[in-house]
Design a protein around this ligand. Structure first.
Ligand SMILES: *Cc1c(COP(=O)(O)O)cnc(C)c1O
Length: 442
């Protein structure tokens, strides 16, 4: 192809204005938010929007119970606390996820134990799970990463065999299905995030789901200071029975989430259509590896990650160098690409330093006397491989459609038809950020 790459001064294929913003606001959002303002009730566990959202999300997922929370992280923490994970207990977490999956384990003074991911779906690898289980293991937290269901059947079977709780991090997977069942409802508890980027958006907030009345009750106590409620009057007793937090949501985010929930299936359908279109077309380019959706599953594509393989593309370069060079060239063509997590979660300083609460807690806790914990990124080759070689393509979220994604495919073709030139610019003083924006360096 003779078209000049934008990175060498040619015309870019896309403009920023080709991209439409998330979230998609409708009259349903306006209606529920107006209800809040008209009612004058802006907060409280029994607020009408919070209560309605809980019922509607329980119905949507098929879970028996749902509680709104102030964040997905809070919902994850409630799950651990509700099943009595405590000081010195070990909790298994995938090597590639958002920090909160692992940090909420620390919040219970428990110790995250990482297990590597599966190379096709980037979810917790069940084949590596049993080797990580010890007599101190209490729970497993699979993550439905980027909207892709974790392989729950073997995970649940191993959990049952070893008498472990399964708490699902479904913060990126609203509406994702594993073999006909809704992600987030397969373990003892599930956590969803309502933050502004997630498939179901409330601005901020979260949702905690469970089928267990005990876990609901305990989760609810953890959500609100551990304060007991009078069973008859539902009045707060101002008498905390356990250690709790302040993890409630508010009416405005709950109202927005209700409006968004009405359209979730349709919004997810757009994500799936855009993603499948990209996978069909990008998959034809040697060296581009699209994401996979496991058999009998519904992937809801919170993010769309591709990996680059320099060898398959005919380029003699390290995977990281190749990925960075391709990202730069794509970004210059106007394609919003960029990495979300850049390293296995355990490579972050908070785990490497093991300072924790100070004095190296929880790792230095009495319950873990004689045990040496170490977090070596080299023990997680699949997560490392992923972080070297992947980028997210930010064109799949609604209201963007195929028109935008056709241009994205054209830009990929242009870049991959000129890889020699792309590599000439590998060291250009420009960096692609998480959101696809370009940042100059130096
Ligand atoms: C977003 C997210 C969370 C945390 O959700 P917040 O609402 O931001 O607290 C936890 N885990 C994963 C995998 C997430 O993507």
């Amino acid at each position: 192809m003779s078209e000049k790459l934008a990175i060498s001064g040619g015309a870019p294929i896309l403009k920023r204005a080709d991209y439409l913003n998330w979230p998609v606001i409708t009259d349903d959002d306006r209606k529920f938010i107006a209800e809040v303002l008209d009612s004058g009730i802006v907060a409280g566990a029994t607020g009408p929007q919070a209560v309605a959202l809980q019922q509607e999300f329980a119905a949507f997922t098929g879970a028996k119970y749902c509680l709104t929370t102030c964040s997905g992280t809070a919902a994850l923490h409630m799950g651990l606390a509700a099943v009595d994970v405590g000081p010195g207990d070990e909790v298994i977490v995938p090597s590639y996820t958002f920090l909160a999956t692992a940090s909420c384990v620390l919040h219970q003074m428990a110790i995250p134990i990482f297990v590597d991911i599966e190379p096709r779906t980037y979810t917790l690898d069940p084949a590596k799970l049993e080797a990580a289980i010890t007599e101190r293991t209490r729970a497993i937290m699979p993550v439905h990463i980027q909207g892709c269901p974790a392989d729950m059947d073997p995970i649940l079977a191993i959990a049952e065999k070893h008498n472990l709780h399964v708490i699902e991090d479904a913060c990126q997977a609203h509406g994702a299905m594993y073999k006909g069942r809704m992600c987030g409802t397969l373990g003892i508890a599930g956590a969803f995030s309502l933050n502004n980027l997630k498939n179901l958006c409330g601005g901020e907030g979260g949702l905690f789901v469970t089928n267990s009345e005990d876990v609901l009750r305990k989760g609810d106590l953890v959500r609100y200071f551990g304060d007991e409620c009078d069973e008859k009057t539902l009045r707060q007793k101002y008498n905390a029975s356990i250690l709790g937090y302040m993890y409630r949501n508010q009416e405005l985010p709950a109202a927005l989430a209700r409006g968004q929930l009405k359209h979730l299936d349709q919004l997810n359908a757009t994500r799936i259509r855009n993603s499948e279109y990209l996978s069909r077309h990008l998959g034809e380019i040697p060296g581009v590896i699209p994401p996979t959706c496991p058999a009998d599953c519904k992937h809801v594509y919170w993010f769309y990650a591709v990996r680059f393989d320099p060898q398959a593309a005919g380029i003699d370069a390290e995977p990281r160098r190749f990925r960075v060079a391709v990202e730069k060239a794509l970004a210059k063509e106007g394609v919003l690409v960029g990495q979300w997590q850049t390293m296995p979660v355990l490579a972050q300083d908070v785990f490497q330093s093991m300072i924790g609460y100070g004095k190296r807690y929880p790792w230095a806790i009495n319950e873990a006397k004689g045990i040496t914990y170490k977090y070596d990124p080299n023990d997680f080759p699949v997560a490392q491989m992923l972080c070297e070689s992947y980028t997210n393509v930010h064109s799949i979220h609604p209201p963007n459609g195929l028109e935008l994604n056709e241009k994205v495919v054209a830009a990929f073709h242009k870049v991959f038809a000129n890889l020699g030139e792309v590599m000439d610019h590998a060291d250009d003083a420009v960096q692609v950020g998480f959101d696809g924006r370009l940042y100059g360096v130096g």
